[in-house]
Every structure is written in C-alpha cells, then in structure tokens.
Ligand binder design. Structure first.
Ligand code: FMN
Length: 340
C-alpha cells in the first residue's frame, strides 16, 4: 500500500498542509495499554511551529484528537485514528508564486506528477507539517518502547558546521537576516534494544530506520555508526571486538569495545546502542531572489519566497527523528516477538 509504513505496527498518514486537517491511522497497538497523553502532548510541542525565534511563525497548537482506538486513555486494540486541525494555514502567502515552483521544494515534481500548473499550497502532502501526525505515531511508539526499557534520544550535532549552541543560534539568526537558511546534522542513540532485532535483506534494522527517517522532509542523508568514514578504515580499525562483562553469563553480557557498527550488524541489533546521524538540508524557502520557471506561461522568472518559514529545520526535526526511529524499531520488535 502506498504511503504506509510497517508490517504489524502499521502507520498511514493523511491530509495536507493547507487542508482542513492532517492525521494518522495506526494499527497494531496492543489492547489495554495506557496512553500518557501529557507526555505525548509535550513530545508534539517539541516539533510544533511558532515556539522559538528559530522556527516558523505559523501558529498551530497541534492538539491531537483521537477519533477511534482509545477509550478513557486506554488503547482498545482497534486501529487508532488521530487528527490535528490546521488552524493557521495562510494560502495567500503562496499566491505570488502560484504557478512557479520554489527551488528546493517538492513543487516541481509534485506539479508534474499531478499534471497541474499550480504549486500545491504549503507543499500539500509533501510539507514538513506532515511530520505532526508522524510524531503522534512516534510518540506512541516511544511510550511502548519505554515500557520495555528502550529509549530513543536525538539531539543537534551541528548547524551550518557549528557545534557550539550559541554559535549555532547566531549562525541561524545571521542566515535569517540575510534572507537565507541553514542545515545541519542530528544524532540519535537508541539504548536498551536487545540483540537480534531485524530481519534479513530488505527488512533489516538499517533499512527500516532509513525508510522511516526519509519520510521526514528535508532529510538528505543517514549514516549508522562510523558510516561513510568506515569506507576509509582498515578491517582491523573498523571491526568492533567483543568482550564479556565481568561476571556475565548470558548473551546480554556480551559487549563490543568500540561501536563502529552503530549497534547493527547484518541488519540486526547487536545489543550495543544503535547510533545514527541524519543530514538535514537548509530550509528551501528563502527570501533571497531565485530563478524558476512559470509553469503556466512557460517562461523563466524570478521569485521571492515570502511567508512564515523555519530559517533552520534542524531543531524541529529532532523529535521527528526520534519518532521515525521509534516507529521502525517498534515494528521490528513486534516481528521478532511474532517469530518467537
Ligand atoms: C518539521 C519541519 C518543518 C519544515 N518547515 C519548513 C519551512 O518552514 N519552510 C520550508 O521551506 N521547508 C520546510 N521544511 C522542509 C520542506 O518540507 C522540504 O524540504 C520540502 O518538502 C522538500 O522535500 P525534501 O527536502 O525532502 O526533498 C520543513 C521540514 C520539517 C521536517
């Protein structure tokens, strides 16, 4: 099925940035588990716009409304449907470039795909806004993983090449002032995941995590452990040697001295922390003038992208990465349990 993720914990996301609402359908949540709605709300708040000087001025409270699958805070075992109303869409911001695809956006391929000469308002179904329902599903997966002692935590590794918090902040504000934008790198670690989670070939842990993480708009790369640097290492440098924890007598007492594999071998977890890094491109919407093509007149023209935008997507993408990783891991865990 198109635009669906997962085999047992199955997610389907629907809606558009400037439509009446966006939402998610989730299957596979065990009956009887409780949802900590406060925790979910604070997780969604980390992604929501309008919360800082570095994020878009679009003001959405992103309150999820559960239509099915949950009664008095407890999952019923039926598919969950949750929606978020779009309250602050301003489609008129898009009228200045109604027929002209914005460089770096999904506009051009989306217009060709839809056989349309009109830019989808707010990016339509390809908008960063679609990560709000992703975070509902991810927030639920994080809670279900947390119950098993599995934690997923992401953070900003760098922005515009800077790693110090104040330098990153200044760089973003400077770029914003210049009508420009910045990208960066998000790192993510999963702890508490037992060894052996992941399936052969197309359903490995790396595959599944990468597939889910690439659902986040503006993600352009992912690496696990030493990642691309492993290509320049010798086997003797890259291999992670095993040891047994003092007094240990079972598989969970076996560790590696290094973790160049990022906690994954053969697409399966090794029991070491799963470590990954995600490359986020600079926000495509920039005020600086850019060249494009009017798809109605079929003439080249210059456009300026106005409206409300994140000068840097990285801070808001951090919870999205946690959500995507949690969804992928929870689904594979359920698979492993089904096999047992
Ligand atoms: C949380 C989040 C917020 C985003 N906000 C914006 C934004 O304000 N302006 C913008 O141009 N792009 C924003 N994006 C990125 C675009 O949606 C994305 O770059 C575009 O749809 C093209 O997709 P691609 O970069 O994956 O190719 C955001 C992405 C995320 C994950």
């Amino acid at each position: 099925m198109i635009n669906t993720f997962g085999s047992i914990f199955v997610i389907k996301i629907f809606g558009e940035s400037h439509g009446p609402e966006i939402g998610v359908q989730i299957e596979g949540v065990p009956r009887g588990k409780e949802l900590d709605i406060k925790k979910l709300r604070s997780f969604l708040d980390r992604r929501a716009p309008g919360r800082s000087e570095l994020s878009s001025g679009r003001c959405e409270d992103d309150t999820p409304e559960f239509l099915t699958g949950i009664k008095e805070g407890v999952f019923s075992g039926d598919p969950i449907i949750a929606v978020i109303k779009n309250k602050d869409a301003r489609s008129k911001d898009y009228s200045a470039f109604k027929n002209t695809p914005r460089p770096g956006h999904a506009d051009f391929p989306a217009m060709v795909r839809a056989k349309s000469d009109t830019v989808p308002p707010g990016g339509g179904a390809f908008s960063g806004r679609m990560t709000a329902p992703l975070c509902i599903a991810g927030g639920i997966a994080l809670q279900l993983l947390g119950e098993r002692g599995i934690e997923v935590q992401a953070g900003i590794a760098s922005i515009g090449g800077f790693t110090e918090e104040e330098q990153m902040r200044e760089a973003v504000l400077k770029a914003k002032e210049a009508g420009d934008s910045l990208g960066g790198i998000i790192s993510c670690t999963v702890t508490g995941l037992p060894a052996g989670v992941g399936e052969p070939m197309f359903d490995g842990l790396e595959n599944k995590i990468a597939q889910a993480v690439f659902a986040i708009p503006a993600v352009k790369g992912i690496e696990f452990g030493a990642g691309f640097a492993a290509a320049g290492m010798k086997g003797s440098e890259n291999n992670d040697e095993y040891f047994i924890r003092e007094g240990g007598s079972q598989c969970s007492d076996i560790y590696t001295r290094t973790n160049n594999a990022g906690g994954i071998l053969g697409g399966m977890s090794t029991g070491m922390p799963v470590e990954l890094r995600v490359a986020v491109k600079p926000t495509p919407s920039i005020v600086k003038p850019q060249r494009s093509v009017n798809m109605n007149s079929f003439k080249e023209e210059e456009i300026r992208v106005t409206g409300r935008h994140d000068p840097c997507i990285v801070p808001r993408a951090v919870p999205c990465v946690e959500a995507a990783v949690a969804i992928a891991i929870y689904d594979l865990l359920l698979w492993m349990e089904k096999r047992e």
